[in-house]
Write a protein that binds this ligand. Structure first.
Ligand SMILES: [Zn+2]
Length: 126
């Protein structure tokens, strides 16, 4: 396990803040000049896509996050922020499993539609 590096973030309300930064953090949201409460550790984004006739199309994205000074509902622990259509949904392990289960259930709808379309095309002789 790599020891966290220490970074200094200049804040508007607490001056320079020295914080340990986890190894997975890209540092993209150590916003210089912002409020200390808004400092966020973020990992790299994972984009979930599906192939469409227009090319790969984004369904959602996930980002590992931690907000070490927040007073908000997300708390100060690590979570996954799930972005869907521009909306962000802080999510824990059970929520992620529920989303994965729903995606699998929705996949069965697409498979059923594929079988239905195949049958209709065969009936039309195409
Ligand atoms: Zn960080």
């Amino acid at each position: 396990m790599t020891a966290p590096r220490t970074v200094t973030v200049q804040t508007s309300d607490h001056g320079p803040v020295n914080i340990p930064c986890p190894h997975w953090c890209t540092g993209a949201y150590h916003q210089e000049g912002g409020a200390r409460v808004d400092i966020t550790h973020t990992g790299p984004e994972n984009e979930l896509t599906v192939p469409t006739s227009s090319g790969p199309t984004r369904l959602m994205a996930t980002v590992l996050e931690q907000r070490p000074f927040t007073e908000g509902a997300t708390g100060r622990g690590v979570f996954i922020d799930v972005e869907i259509d521009g909306e962000y949904h802080p999510t824990g392990p059970h929520g992620l499993d529920a989303m994965a289960d729903a995606l699998v259930e929705n996949a069965s709808i697409l498979r059923a539609e594929a079988r239905r379309l195949t049958t209709l095309l065969a009936q039309e002789g195409k």
